[in-house]
Ligand binder design. Sequence first.
Ligand code: ATP
Ligand code: MG
Ligand code: FE
Length: 336
Amino acid sequence: RLILAFESSCDETSVAVVRNGNEILSNVVSSQIKSHQRFGGVVPEIASRHHVEQITYVIEQALTEADKTIEEMDAIAVTEGPGLVGALLIGVSAAKALAFTHDKPLIGVHHIEGHILANQLIEPLNYPLIALVVSGGHTELVYMKNNHSFEIIGETRDDAAGEAYDKVGRTMGLTYPGGAKIDQLAAEGEDTYNFPRAMLHEDNLDFSFSGLKSAFINTIHNKEQRNEPIDKANFAASFQAAVVDVLVGKTMRALEKYPVKQLLMAGGVAANQGLRTGLTVALTERFPDVKLIIPPLSLCGDNAAMIGAAADMLFEQGEFRGMDMNARPGFMFEQH
Ligand code: ATP
Ligand code: MG
Ligand code: FE
């Protein structure tokens, strides 16, 4: 089964061809990061315009790289939400237009289900499993008893991990998005500031990053006021150590409560080197029988292959959308 998949929820225009939900034939990603950097974040109007300009080229390139035609596709899939409404609409409209003109079934995918099922493109998933979702807008522990059951067993009560990274990055004067740069700086520094590990020892699976973010910003501002030099590497390392301790700690707590076969990492922050190492070490020590799947960097950030992987599961279940499908900017990640 071949699926042509679209992703345009934020600032990546991406189209992929995925076979049987587990094999990437092509996964073209056109990033607009450079156009947004001087504004310090994604500007919705600029994002929509870029998607419009890029999408036809990206579709052509995805089909060419896969060496397939639209006629050979069994379905067209697209991110329905959540995301920026204007950005989502470009992908949804393109997918609907192709599905209509070529008479193909249409599938709507939740962006976060895509991030999780990206792992299926690396190796077969064994259930039950837990996914640690860490992205720009989400921080969640998700329990899956099978490939179409998503149970949120823990989540952030305020900021998402990626959001905290980006805000802290901005405070340090790093270009948007700051996550990957803080990760690099952290490797050169040490945890000298010992920032708070919020909720780490509370008996629940929830997270909170806004206190950490405030502690970080206040500490930097106090130093600036005293005209003391800012040791960026130590600030980055201290911030990252606090984030990783909490993410790893809560994930281990989740594994105590829910016996599973696999632990998956999902979302942009899954690219974080400190987190990858932290989870690997903790798992080897505490749950050596649980298999950790770490997606390659290309499948951590937004991409259409992950949407194709999730769409294959929906195809299997006969979950198709009609021509009345619309962008769902506030699409909640519901349990089902
Ligand atoms: P969502 O998926 O929740 O809708 P999104 O699509 O904007 O949000 P992603 O594209 O999955 O988020 O991830 C982007 C986030 O990942 C950004 O906040 C970015 O800073 C962060 N990120 C990317 N690489 C790293 C890294 N190495 N370390 C920490 N954060 C990172
Ligand atoms: Mg992005
Ligand atoms: Fe995302």
